[in-house]
Design a protein around this ligand. Structure first.
Ligand code: NAG
Length: 291
């Protein structure tokens, strides 16, 4: 096969003569070179003005499957993500869920919404903590959801984190209306503040169910050690901010690999300025949950 094409191309070369072949080569090289940079420039910004990123490992390449174990897959999955930070360990998953999945979660949550509550520290009361968390929410487990959407999302979160589904709490689906917020806090429970815990929250996965026109960012005020001088007011919306966008996911770890609380995992929800924010939260624990 190889010999044949070799012969064919050399006889072609002989007919056309060297200069023409050379010029053709130059021509196609230039077309390819400038053509691709032109396309790359066009793609740099999306419609809403956000910079567009490239997928670092090309989807074009072929993958070869390995024989999987009993519980493994017989296919390759790609779940794109961007590392937002190592302090705290935070990952962004663009387009984690579809718009239809988000809408279906909102409509199943809406009838059950109640004002969100807080885990109270020693000495705190519902009255004394008023205003810290002003959203409404409802807990729904994947098994309660007859549409099967939460089941699909929960499975995908388990695959993205490689932490089994049995370690997740039920989804907490939250709505933040105008001006509603959640002051900065930790998802993990320090035993000095909350007493001994049966299990600890390792990571949190937030699935944004709506776009928010303005405000409503998830913020990490202590990102990479920023603002940790003791003067931070827990209402301030500063630091690393993640803009909610329908269908996008955000995963962050509250614990270091050694199991102690990562102080930079402090986070909150900035007040919604325009629009409404819906988010489904999955807290993932170090122990299996009875569900
Ligand atoms: C746990 O890990 C963190 C981050 O690597 C480190 O700063 C801390 O000292 C460790 N704590 C213990 C008790 O090992």
């Amino acid at each position: 096969m190889r010999g044949k094409t070799g012969k064919a191309s050399s006889s072609l070369k002989a007919k056309l003569g060297f200069p023409i072949v050379f010029l053709l080569c130059v021509f196609f090289f230039l077309v390819g070179f400038f053509g691709s940079t032109l396309i790359a420039q066009v793609e740099e910004f999306s419609g809403d003005g956000r910079p567009r990123g490239r997928v670092l490992e090309s989807n074009e390449r072929e993958y070869y499957l390995l024989p999987a174990g009993e519980t493994g897959d017989d296919s390759i999955t790609t779940i794109p993500f961007q590392v937002l930070s190592w302090n705290p360990r935070a990952l962004y998953f663009p387009n984690f869920a579809t718009a239809e999945q988000c809408e279906s979660i909102i409509s199943m949550a809406e009838p059950g919404l109640r004002p969100s509550s807080l885990a109270l520290r020693k000495g705190e009361t519902e009255e004394s903590t008023k205003g810290i968390r002003t959203s409404s929410g409802v807990f729904i487990s994947a098994s309660e959801d007859k549409t099967g959407v939460l089941d699909v999302i929960e499975e995908k979160i388990a695959r993205a984190t490689m932490i089994p589904r049995t370690h997740g709490e039920a989804f907490n689906i939250l709505r933040y209306e105008l001006d509603q917020r959640y002051n900065s806090h930790y998802d993990a429970f320090s035993s000095t503040e909350y007493g001994p815990q049966k299990s600890q929250r390792v990571a949190s996965f937030l699935l944004y169910l709506s776009d928010v026109q303005e405000g409503g960012e998830t913020m990490f005020p202590f990102e990479n050690g920023l603002n940790m001088n003791g003067n931070y007011d827990f209402e301030e919306c500063i630091g690393l901010k993640v803009k909610p966008q329908k269908g996008d996911g955000l995963l962050f770890y509250s614990l270091f690999p050694n199991g102690t609380i990562d102080p930079t995992s402090l986070h909150g929800s900035c007040p919604v300025i325009r629009g409404e924010k819906w988010v489904a939260t999955k807290w993932i624990r170090d122990q299996e949950q009875d569900d």
